[in-house]
Design a binder for this molecule. Structure first.
Ligand code: ADP
Length: 169
């Protein structure tokens, strides 16, 4: 079974095998955690993303999917990029959000990663309510069949940390 750990902090500083990026489908960088990862990891990550766009993902990475690159200068070995859904009241996109966690763990398994750090996908610019985002994250990781041993949720602020803590209690 996966051990779940929670920390409040910056995902770019985590010493784990892989960190997950809440990317956008262009894979060419953005705001929030995406911007922080590219800034801290350096140009090698963007070069790898451009190569993915030129090869497998000409139209971008679809929502709910995940793909790995080098982590450049970061302490982690790999960055797993996944595209969360934008929150909307018009339809229930929970399954796409769950898919981000599952597909990221699948990518981690392919790499042989045993420790993986996740941000609270979709809960920033994409507007997902943090309590529901935390519930989906924790439930999906708990139910996942994976060889990953530790999933560390790295929450940027106290509000997000408390939302995740309420789910793992
Ligand atoms: P999305 O577009 O999927 O909503 P964001 O990057 O805007 O992605 O936000 C996702 C979550 O990551 C938010 O809860 C945000 O507070 C958090 N976040 C932003 N920067 C960092 C960081 N450096 N480390 C960890 N979490 C971060």
């Amino acid at each position: 079974m996966v051990t779940i750990a929670l920390v409040q902090g910056n995902i770019t500083e985590q010493h784990v095998d892989a960190i997950v990026n809440a990317a956008n489908s262009s894979l060419l960088g953005g705001g929030g955690v995406d911007g922080a990862i590219h800034r801290a990891g350096g140009p090698e990550i963007l070069a790898a993303c451009r190569a993915l766009r030129a090869s497998h993902y000409g139209k971008g990475l679809p929502t709910g999917k995940a793909v790995a690159t080098t982590a450049g200068r970061l302490p982690a070995r790999w960055v797993i990029h996944t595209v969360g859904p934008r929150f909307t009241h018009d339809e229930d996109r929970s399954e796409l959000l769950a898919s981000c966690y599952r597909e990221s763990l699948r990518a981690a398994d392919e790499l042989g990663a045993r420790t993986v750090a996740f941000p609270a996908i979709s809960t920033g610019i994409y507007g997902w309510p943090i309590d529901d985002g935390a519930r989906i994250a924790v439930e999906t990781v708990r139910e996942a069949r994976t060889s990953v041993e530790e999933v560390r949720f790295v929450l940027f602020d106290q509000r997000a940390y408390e939302a995740f803590a309420a789910q793992v209690r």
